[in-house]
Write a protein that binds this ligand. Structure first.
Ligand code: NAP
Length: 245
């Protein structure tokens, strides 16, 4: 699918990896629905930057842990742009929750933000794409969906759900809509990670370095534009972290 003049909704696109994905799409002529929850100033700045690149861009706020807000976001973007050709489910929360200390609130925040919101957004947007005859959804998972971190089980379970959701939606929305998952490894480490923890991550990554947000953006571009014959696939972009063990 040539992406020029298409419309993309990238969730959590004010900062970090989501911003890099939105920037890469805008550079290819894709109009942008910039979504944020708390990062309003960064979202406004992203919209200005995309407009300066010559594409249309608009800012939308939604708390995606709430189904009503996820569905309202889809409706607002469809109303503004008339269609959504590319949905990137990128927004997510990540925090430790060691076994024995997991609370129901932590479970709900992780599941609702990382799995429930993306599912309901994909349901509304995916069916609109199917009715329109084409579209592509890219879910951002995590390599740890396959090899869960012991101290982050609810997060890893939510991302394993994203993989299952990808495969199921690929069946349910075919042949008009393709649905794929990108599983990043260590790309932008959490800002509160200690130096020792950073060294440990690198020691367990065969390529011996972190990736960059553009590695994830390039993978998104690949599944959107590089081939039309990929759906239900999981593409791991992790410097070899998954094979280390
Ligand atoms: N960073 C990595 O190395 C890495 C590794 C593996 C997987 N991943 C995955 O890659 C994706 C991007 O990673 P990242 O590190 O850039 O993500 P991030 O900074 O942790 O979060 C991305 C955005 O999610 C939004 N968000 C959080 N809760 C929300 C809610 N309830 N409703 C709506 N938006 C919400 C936030 O928007 P606001 O700022 O506007 O509040 C935030 O900017 C995530 O899916 C992550 O799980 C990342």
């Amino acid at each position: 699918m040539a992406v020029n003049e298409k419309v993309a909704l990238v969730t959590g696109s004010a900062r970090r990896i989501g911003r890099a994905v939105a920037d890469a799409l805008a550079a290819r002529g894709v109009h942008q629905a910039v979504h944020y929850r708390t990062s309003k100033a960064e979202a406004d700045e992203a919209v200005e930057a995309h407009r300066a690149q010559g594409v249309e861009a608009e800012v939308f706020r939604a708390d995606l842990s709430q189904v009503k807000e996820a569905e309202a976001l889809a409706s607002a973007v469809l109303e503004r742009f008339g269609r959504i050709d590319i949905l990137v489910n990128n927004a997510s929360v990540f925090f430790p929750s060691p076994l024995g200390e997991v609370t129901e609130l932590q479970w709900d925040v992780l599941m609702n933000t990382n799995l429930k919101g993306p599912f309901f957004l994909a349901q509304t947007v995916g069916l609109a794409m199917k009715a329109a005859g084409s579209g592509t959804i890219v879910n951002i998972g995590d390599w740890a969906a396959e090899r869960p971190y012991a101290g982050y089980l609810p997060y890893c379970i939510s991302k394993a759900g994203v993989v299952a959701m990808t495969k199921g939606l690929a069946k349910a929305l075919a042949p008009e809509v393709r649905v794929n998952c990108i599983n990043p490894g260590p790309v932008m480490l959490p800002e509160d990670l200690s130096e020792a923890e950073r060294r440990e991550v690198l020691a367990k990554t065969p390529l011996g370095r972190t990736g960059s947000p553009s590695d994830i953006a390039n993978a998104v571009i690949f599944v959107c534009e590089g081939t039309d014959f990929v759906t239900g696939a999981v593409l791991t972009i992790d410097g070899g972290r998954t094979v280390w063990g």
